[in-house]
Design a protein around this ligand. Structure first.
Ligand code: CA
Length: 370
């Protein structure tokens, strides 16, 4: 085949393979005998804002890996620059940044947008809700994703699950919780629906940014704080200033981390790049949950064996009270919000059904673990 014919053949076959959707911006110029022609595909350079401080363990690292995987899978056709919170926009403006086109994607947690879209909280964490495995099952195989997409569509955003913290810890306390009476006047840093539960229990759920928590707890401005799990809690150093480490994390049993993509920008992408973004989100979803599970185990051992942290289980009556108040908080949320009611109906139905299976499978199995 002479070079000109071969170049035409390559051009046609590349377009055919890609279903004609790849934009060929022309072959690079060169002499006819310079070897196989090189085609330049349209390149995409996107921005991802995040709610995490730069290179935040697991979540921030996972966002960077997501970008790396997209670049690798697309052969460099798509590159995503990841910005930590405050580098392009502040953490809690990530949603608006994608909506307004400042960035094409964001990584964070949907409960940060509760003020704007209360129903979004069901796609992050619900007190006494579902664990990571069950949340994935509801979102990916139980109709949850469709409801999530409907919820974000008016904002021009496309959500995808892209990570999960797994089970969190109940938090660090400077007073012992032996009964519901000990919750009276408790000042605890705990955002979202969990904070409202603490209010109902006679305490005060307080919202503080991650940077303020340590000094507030150290100075007694707050009596308790939740954060994430043993790995992140260890890195924060809470074991140096708090007496008791309580479990379980009833308020965040499997918090979903989300990727939001600008819908108009996504729809303009060739199908293969859309597929690559979805595949990388799936990979991030599994990678982050796996990192949490492995690291939490390792750092719990470190906290207990090297730092002699006093682990405490919430008493049954305290957990029962948290559960009762959680039910009230959710009822109040859905009473005034049609979208929240529709989404919670699906969530609750799935949870009730999956509980029947979990009770005779994993619950029994866990009880046999030494
Ligand atoms: Ca938390």
């Amino acid at each position: 085949m002479n070079p000109i014919k071969r170049r035409d053949f390559l051009k046609k076959s590349t377009a055919a393979l890609a279903g004609g959707s790849v934009l060929l911006t022309g072959c690079q110029s060169g002499t006819e005998d310079a070897g196989p022609a090189v085609h330049t595909r349209k390149k995409y350079r996107w921005k991802m804002v995040t709610t995490w401080t730069p290179r935040f363990p697991v979540m921030g690292e996972g966002a960077e890996l997501f970008a790396q995987w997209v670049e690798e899978m697309s052969g460099g056709q798509m590159k995503i620059h990841v910005y930590g919170a405050g580098e392009l926009v502040p953490a809690f403006e990530a949603f608006e940044a994608v909506r307004s086109g400042v960035a094409e994607m964001s990584h964070g947690v949907s409960y940060y947008w509760a003020g704007k879209i209360p129903a979004a909280q069901f796609f992050a964490a619900v007190p006494f809700g579902m664990n990571a495995q069950q949340m994935n099952a509801w979102i990916l195989s139980g109709g949850g994703l469709q409801l999530w997409e409907e919820l974000y569509a008016p904002f021009g955003l496309l959500p995808m699950p892209a990570g999960n913290t797994g089970f969190q810890m109940g938090g660090w306390f400077n007073r012992e919780i032996n009964s519901v009476r000990d919750l009276q006047g408790l000042k605890m840093r705990i955002p979202g629906l969990g904070g409202k539960v603490i209010d109902k229990a006679g305490g005060a759920g307080i919202v503080k940014s991650g940077a303020e928590i340590y000094t507030n707890l150290e100075r007694g401005v707050i009596d308790a704080t939740e954060w994430i799990g043993p790995y992140h809690d260890y890195l924060k150093g809470f074991h140096k200033i708090a007496r008791y480490y309580y479990y379980p994390g009833w308020h965040e049993p499997g918090t979903v981390l989300e990727l939001t993509v600008s819908k108009p920008a996504f729809e303009k992408l060739p199908a293969e790049l859309q597929g690559i973004i979805r595949a990388a989100a799936f990979r991030a979803n599994t990678w982050m949950l796996s990192e949490f599970e492995a690291k939490n185990n390792e750092y719990l051992q470190k906290l207990v064996n090297e730092h002699h942290v006093q682990l405490r289980r919430f008493p049954d009556d305290v957990l029962a009270a948290f559960k009762r108040y959680s039910g009230e908080v959710i009822q109040e949320l859905i009473a005034s919000d049609e979208q929240a009611r529709k989404i919670y109906t699906s969530f609750k139905e799935f949870k009730d059904n999956v509980s029947g299976w979990s009770r005779i499978s994993e619950a029994v199995y866990y009880s046999t673990m030494a």
